[in-house]
Design a protein around this ligand. Structure first.
Ligand SMILES: [Zn+2]
Length: 75
């Protein structure tokens, strides 16, 4: 259950699995406490590592790199 708990905290589970974990958390104080800790860590990580791949947002376009350089007239 622990590994699923971590995945659930990161929002990496399927909706069905996530619902199961949520139901378990409601009935299991131990996992609820651990989930709270994991959520804190996840929040810290997302603050430190905004580029992490588990985010729901779109992937950054590779064009951004070349663009900045060209716009500044570097060379
Ligand atoms: Zn539990």
């Amino acid at each position: 259950m622990r590994e699923d708990l971590g995945a659930h905290t990161l929002g990496a589970l399927e909706p069905e699995e996530s619902a199961q974990i949520s139901a378990h958390l409601a009935a299991c104080p131990a996992c609820r406490a651990e989930h709270a800790e994991l959520a804190e860590v996840a929040a810290l990580l997302s603050a430190l590592l905004p580029m992490r791949t588990t985010g729901p947002g779109p992937e950054p376009a590779p064009l951004t790199f070349g663009r900045g350089k060209g716009a500044r007239g570097e060379a």
